[in-house]
Write a protein that binds this ligand. Structure first.
Ligand code: G3I
Length: 413
């Protein structure tokens, strides 16, 4: 079993757990460098279903030809008996191609990729800008799509005004900051009451390493873990029916999950109104295994809580730990090359094996991809600027091998 790279905050800054680079992939990369950002993914996915030629497409081709895109089933219909399924998207993308049509055909849930966080919503204490968030809600309501609220409290998007004040009297300072937090959560949850079915109340509050249970964020430095309780209780008071989640990355890593479960159990012991755990699932073609994901879901079930997969993408780069410090990243793969086709195949196999786990667990009530198609993914710029192809649809919106692998058991990636 390949040792995984030791996670550190830098390496996991945005939720990718590392594993040792697959040397085969490195060897196959060869002169990869052609994957300029946005350049490599332009090909259409439609393979010539009638001709004997192999898949013609570059951006989504794999070792086997792909079915006719026109025969692609709707994901929301295909998985309706198991869970809501959908995508992260920001409002300005909902009218663009291929995003618009894919959302209408496939999504029963969407998440705001960025516009429902305290930055940008929280302008200052008691002052909010809901413009972009309301635009996304309007799109969802016009098209009968459910919305996941993401995220009320995240250290990366907590505007500095939350923490303004004189710390010479810490009792008064903590009361002031607590009031700001509770007011923010109350006002935002009230604003979206009846428009979102759940909230990621807190995001990424778990320590990445064994030196601590909690991330040492600004919130934690001021309140210890109390800020988590304040946020959940304020959210529940503002909306008695919305489901409340704690959202985290690398939950498939047993050590980190152990720390998260300690946090969750403490919340349950204190009567904090938590309904479920969000597993971000920012993974890659080489990690994690189905067994690791199964264990993560089972640990949450053992506490009687709901599972959501909240931010799934499968990077085609199985980078070593050094990449997250800026060195040793795998070179970009070029669509149409053998290495790229191999990556598409292994990606499809990874999606299939994990979706088989998701559908086997009735506790999984929603699965959200962190993006719609490969034309827009945060992974094009993380951990380095390098074109990635982590999603189910190629840049033109064509179903990739990964899509067919989760909807057709007879399809061979
Ligand atoms: O919309 C503004 C634009 O008006 C402005 O000109 C521009 C330059 O400042 O910024 C734009 O906002 C950016 C926003 O994405 C929309 O593109 C923010 O700067 C940028 O920080 C934001 O990044 C998002 C990030 O969360 C922070 O909200 C990423 O797209 C999004 O993929 C990422 O998602 C996170 C999850 O919420 C939590 N898990 C990890 C995941 C990846 O980091």
């Amino acid at each position: 079993m390949m040792p995984s790279g030791k996670p550190t905050d830098q390496m996991n800054r945005r939720g990718l757990l590392l594993s040792v680079a697959a040397s085969g992939l490195v060897a196959a990369c060869g002169g990869g460098g052609g994957g300029s950002s946005g350049g490599g993914g332009g090909g259409s996915s439609s393979s010539s279903s009638s001709s004997s030629s192999s898949a013609s497409s570059s951006s989504s081709s794999s070792s086997s030809s792909l079915p006719d895109p026109a025969t692609a089933p709707s994901l929301k219909t295909q998985f309706a008996s198991h869970f809501k399924i959908g995508f992260a998207v920001d409002p300005w993308l909902t009218s663009q191609s291929p995003t618009h049509d894919l959302l209408l055909k496939h999504a029963s849930t969407i998440t705001a990729e960025s516009v429902m966080k305290a930055n940008p919503i929280g302008v200052s204490a008691g002052v909010y800008d809901f413009t972009q968030a309301d635009a996304l809600i309007a799109f969802a309501q016009a098209n009968g799509i459910n919305v996941r609220g993401h995220a009320l409290v995240w250290h990366q998007t907590s505007p500095s005004w939350f923490f303004d004040g004189d710390r010479s009297d810490m009792t008064a300072y903590k009361a002031l900051v607590r009031s700001r937090l509770e007011t923010y959560v109350t006002d935002v949850v009230t604003h979206f009451k009846g428009k979102v079915y759940c909230w990621d109340v807190v995001n990424e509050v778990t320590s990445d390493d064994a030196s601590a249970t909690y991330r040492n964020s600004d919130w934690y430095q001021i309140f210890g873990s109390d800020f988590i309780d304040y946020a959940f209780r304020a959210a529940r008071a503002a909306d008695p029916s919305v489901k409340l989640f704690i959202n985290e990355y690398s939950t498939e890593d047993a050590a980190k999950r152990g720390r998260l479960m300690t946090i969750v159990q403490g919340m349950l012991d204190r009567g904090v109104p938590v309904d479920g755990v969000g597993h971000q699932m920012h993974i890659n073609t080489g990690y994690p295994s189905a067994a690791q994901v199964e264990a993560a879901l089972s640990d949450v079930e053992a506490k009687g809580l709901i599972n959501h997969v909240t931010e799934m993408d499968v990077s085609i780069y199985n980078d070593s730990g050094s990449c997250y410090s800026g060195t040793g990243c795998l070179p970009a793969l070029t669509p149409g090359t053998a290495a790229f086709n191999t990556a598409m195949t292994t990606q499809a196999q990874k999606y299939r094996e994990l979706f088989n786990v998701f559908t086997a667990h009735t506790s999984v009530q929603a699965v959200t991809m962190w993006g719609v198609a490969d034309n827009h993914t945060w992974l094009d710029n993380y951990p380095v600027a390098r074109k990635n192809y982590p999603l189910l649809f190629d840049a033109a919106g064509g179903p990739k091998a990964a899509f067919w692998a989760i909807v057709d058991p007879g399809f061979t990636p």
